[in-house]
Design a protein around this ligand. Structure first.
Ligand code: CP
Length: 315
């Protein structure tokens, strides 16, 4: 890495805005934070006195919890707001909601929203740093980073790999962040799925579209299955989940086409028996729970870096 490199992002909107050096630096920072989660006292004073609001307009288990854990492990004060229990239910607009939050002077707002670009919209209205925790089908940058961290740990590199992503690419913000991230780091991303799940023009992002799952998986270093996002489909785009599982579900027979040391990933939540056979999801090649573990470290790194990256005594 260039010795004059400096991390300059005050907001995290997407992988699109990140250089390969930014990604490398975030992953290095995350790796340095990871051991904190294995200490008997899982807390350092790095962000003491900082206020973080997790503002989630869509359901989440992994992202919301790991941002909260990450903030708490850095000693920040963390608060969670879900749209379902907020005044959004009474008709308050997003802009009014965040202006009211700004009146309470938070340092970071971590935001998930169904509309692409919502984090960018609010960043212009308030002083807090904004971290995108998933916006519509646009980007999910912290997921892309934790995926790259997991692959780096398992393969000791991020260049020259074949990454196969299978499933609902059309509605997947994870796919977009992963395509941008892995190609920026020098790997090749191959996509496969039903034609209705492959958005026209996706090749412009640098991915290759395959005619079959077998073609995508052959000689792959990484096979990632994506969840079918029924909540983003007005009409069903596949005939049935049963047919999808037969044609596109990842099983051990398909994995036999990949490299011997292939790893299987999924951002979660899994539709068991649809995108992944249970024996694959729970099998020896699965690194799905490693992804979750790394999610805490990556989110600690992002919270720390958007606050200027000045480490206090880490204990
Ligand atoms: N991977 C992911 O974003 O999971 P959640 O929806 O549970 O946060």
């Amino acid at each position: 890495m260039n010795e004059n490199y400096q991390f300059k992002h005050r907001h995290i909107f997407g992988i699109e805005q990140m250089s390969s050096e930014d990604i490398q630096f975030i992953l290095q920072t995350a790796a340095s934070f990871k051991e904190i989660s294995n200490r008997p006292i899982k807390k350092v004073p790095t962000l003491r006195g900082k206020t973080i609001i997790n503002l989630f307009y869509e359901p989440s288990t992994r992202t919301r919890l790991s941002f909260e854990i990450a903030g708490k492990r850095l000693s920040a004060d963390t608060f969670n707001i879900s749209a379902s229990t907020s005044s959004a239910q009474k008709g308050e607009t997003l802009i009014d909601t965040v202006r009211n939050m700004q009146a309470m002077n938070p340092d970071i707002i971590v935001m998930r929203h169904s509309s692409s670009g919502a984090p960018n919209l609010i960043a212009n209205k308030i002083n807090a740093s904004i971290i995108n925790a998933g916006d519509g089908a646009h980007e999910h940058p912290s997921q892309g980073l934790l995926d790259m961290m997991t692959v780096l740990e398992k393969k000791q590199r991020l260049d020259g790999l074949k990454i196969a992503i299978i499933g609902d690419i059309t509605h997947s913000r994870v796919a977009r962040s992963d395509i941008l991230g892995f190609t920026r780091m020098g790997s090749e991303v191959y996509l496969a799925g039903p034609a209705t799940f492959i958005p026209p023009g996706i090749e412009k992002m640098g991915a290759k579209v395959c005619n079959s799952v077998a073609e995508a998986v052959t000689d792959a270093d990484v096979v990632m299955a994506l969840r079918i996002q029924k909540e983003r489909q007005n009409d069903p785009l596949i005939p049935s989940l049963r047919e999808y599982a037969i044609r596109y579900g990842i099983n051990n027979r398909l994995l036999g086409l990949a490299k011997d040391d292939v790893v299987v990933m999924h951002p979660g939540p899994i539709n068991r028996g649809v995108e992944l056979n249970p024996d694959v999801a729970d099998g020896k090649r699965s690194v799905i729970l490693d992804q979750v573990t790394n999610g805490v470290a990556v989110r600690m790194a992002l919270l720390y870096l958007v606050m200027g990256g000045e480490k206090g005594s880490e204990g």
